[in-house]
Design a protein around this ligand. Structure first.
Ligand code: FNR
Length: 363
């Protein structure tokens, strides 16, 4: 059952990516172009720091799979691509392994293929502390992701219907894990209130994983005989909306959900994300063109992100948070209703900072 579900998720996520990967709310964010704000490419670094972690690049392969023979082979290829490019990588949910240790190899391959890489284990919010440790130990994980996914569980025929224990359990795991705990959504987004609560629970970072890419309400509805939860398709907040909502919430935020290309990465970093993850897009590249295609895509993304930073005068990903941003369309309405000041975003570089860039002085 569980192995079949994992294979279904891969197939349905790819079909969805083929059908629905067009416009999303990242298109409602644009940079104000300052034509003399450029710096030199050798000045640019892609390094990012958060939660006591230091990553050389701000792009990661986000949680996907494991638990069946097919998905074990996918994990092997994802891990190889992570090793070849140096990007951090997350496992898919390891609850399959916790229930049935015979599928350990389909997850463990993430570490075996990538012994020196940054690897994140992944569990759900009902996992016991002991099992959280087992998941971390299997991967010798550098961090632990806990996914929260009420809009996936609800239409899932065999899904969880009891959510009250999730917060207290996250708190227990965060206190005992021994590695930084990152709580993530799976494509429906984290609100400001949720991020503030996660901070109180002792979580070290939150991955907003918002609407705009993979839609698990749609995937689970597609697995229902009557597909009678179609009204949940597109539930939640977009990734840029979540980033705007969580500004200054006091917890480092990561971005995933509908990240399509390096400009989306730059937009997410400019909206405050410390790093940016992609899942279905990378998976599709892998399944279409194998490991060489995924390696080439990740190298291109890193190269083009550095090029964008150069053009935008951002020596580091964090410097992008000083670039002026314009917010349009539906995202602008979201900001108005949530009390988010878009004028401040559009003017935040300040004339002094831009003048410094123009005259070549360092920030
Ligand atoms: C996922 N995602 C996911 N997340 C998680 O925390 N545990 C999991 O087991 C899975 N499984 C999974 C399978 C597949 C096939 C996909 C495509 C995705 C969710 C993923 O990490 C991410 O949050 C969303 O997919 C949004 O990002 P994209 O796909 O829009 O880049």
């Amino acid at each position: 059952m569980s192995a079949q579900r994992k294979d279904d998720h891969v197939r349905l996520a790819i079909e969805q990516h083929q059908a629905h990967s067009g416009r999303n709310q990242f298109d409602d964010v644009s940079f104000v172009h300052h034509a003399l704000a450029g710096i030199d490419r050798p000045d640019v670094s892609l390094g990012t720091d958060f939660a006591g972690l230091s990553w050389q690049v701000p792009i990661y392969i986000n949680a996907m799979t494991g638990g069946s023979a097919k998905t074990g082979a996918i994990n092997r290829d994802l891990a190889t691509a992570a090793r070849e490019t140096g990007v951090p990588i997350a496992s898919g949910s390891m609850n399959a392994y916790l229930k049935d240790p015979s599928c350990a190899g389909t997850f463990r391959v993430l570490r075996e293929e990538n012994p020196d890489g940054f690897v994140m284990a992944n569990i759900n919010a009902t996992t016991s502390v002991d099992n959280a440790r087992r998941a971390i130990d299997l991967l010798e994980a550098d961090a632990l992701q806990i996914h929260i996914n009420t809009a996936q569980e609800t239409p899932m025929p065999e899904g969880d219907r009891s959510f009250s224990s999730w917060g207290p359990q996250i708190e227990k795991i965060a206190a005992a894990a021994g590695v930084p705990v990152i709580v993530k959504e799976v494509g429906n987004g984290l609100s400001r209130q949720t991020v503030l609560t996660l901070r109180e629970l002792g979580v070290r970072a939150a991955d907003v994983s918002g609407r705009g890419g993979t839609d698990f309400a749609r995937i689970e509805n597609g697995r229902r005989e009557l597909a009678d939860y179609a009204f949940l398709h597109g539930w939640g907040q977009s990734t840029p909306a979540c980033l705007l909502d969580a500004q200054d919430a006091g917890l480092p935020v990561l971005a995933s959900g509908g990240v399509r290309h390096p400009l989306d990465v730059a937009r997410a970093l400019a909206l405050g994300a410390r790093a940016v993850g992609a899942s279905a897009g990378f998976l599709r590249t892998l399944l279409d063109g194998g490991v060489p295609a995924l390696v080439a895509q990740i190298i291109t993304w890193l190269d083009q992100l550095a090029a964008l930073q150069t053009m935008l005068g951002a020596r580091t990903p964090a410097d992008l948070t000083r670039c002026d941003l314009l917010v349009h369309g539906e995202l602008r309405s979201f900001c108005a209703d949530r009390g988010i000041d878009t004028r401040r975003l559009a003017q935040r570089s300040g004339s002094a900072a831009v003048l410094h860039e123009m005259t070549g002085s360092t920030r």
